[in-house]
Design a protein around this ligand. Structure first.
Ligand code: COA
Length: 190
């Protein structure tokens, strides 16, 4: 998968681009993931310091080298500032599948930026990488994420009760899936 590549390719969207994350983006990553509202339905606590963002970047690069995680920065086209991330995680070449994830800095919510960017990422996943299935594991209370997934054509396939224990609290998981065949059909229809 992306044989020989030393970094992710840039994907141009309308108002944003998906691009490789670099050391200069550490303060931007902290601004995104240091916000408890952004981390509310994630399985990790909000970042406490820039060191947490540095560690994240180190893992992003390490797992890219292993080809198990592709995490792009969502950068504003005009300024190139990173205001979110878009992720393919748990990538399995054997089963041609991955999980989809996304997050946006809170002051950019509700502008449709993620909804606008995801179709290009799906195209990359299904066409360029040749994946056959994408899935998402989302907290059922995470209305905005579920809306984004449903608009992309994902359908709910499962509901796992008390799948996680976060900060001493049980958290359910809604499992969503999208097959390449369904995505192709949706594209042909639109
Ligand atoms: C999920 C997230 C990326 C959505 O980004 P966004 O760019 O604001 O999404 P959009 O503007 O495209 O909105 C998507 C839909 O959700 C709705 N929505 C957005 N924020 C909402 C909120 N806080 N509560 C309820 N609905 C919301 C929008 O109205 C829109 O609905 P529509 O399709 O019917 O018009 C953003 O909320 C976020 O970063 N959340 C925290 C991180 C996270 O939970 N990631 C997902 C883990 S799987």
């Amino acid at each position: 998968m992306l044989e020989g590549a030393t970094r992710l390719p840039t994907i141009e969207i309308d108002r944003t681009r998906l691009r490789w994350l670099a050391a200069d983006d550490v303060p931007s990553l902290f601004a995104i993931f240091g916000d408890p509202e952004v981390s509310r339905y994630r399985l990790r606590p909000p970042f406490h310091s820039l060191a947490d963002a540095e560690e994240m970047l180190r893992r992003v690069h390490e797992l890219f080298a292993e080809r198990t995680l592709f995490q792009w920065g969502i950068a504003l086209r005009d300024s190139d500032e990173v205001v979110g991330t878009a992720t393919l995680l748990s990538i399995s070449p054997e089963h041609a599948r991955a999980e989809l994830g996304f997050a946006l800095r809170r002051d950019h919510w509700r502008q449709g930026l993620v909804g606008e960017a995801m179709p290009a990422l799906l195209q990359f996943a299904f066409r360029t990488l040749g994946l056959g299935r994408l899935e998402a594991d989302v907290d059922p209370r995470n209305t905005a994420s579920i809306r984004v997934l449903e608009r992309l054509g994902f359908r709910q396939e499962g509901f796992l009760r008390q799948r996680y224990r976060v900060g001493g609290e049980w958290q359910d998981a809604a499992i969503y899936g999208l097959l390449r065949s369904e995505w192709e059909k949706g594209r042909a229809a639109s």
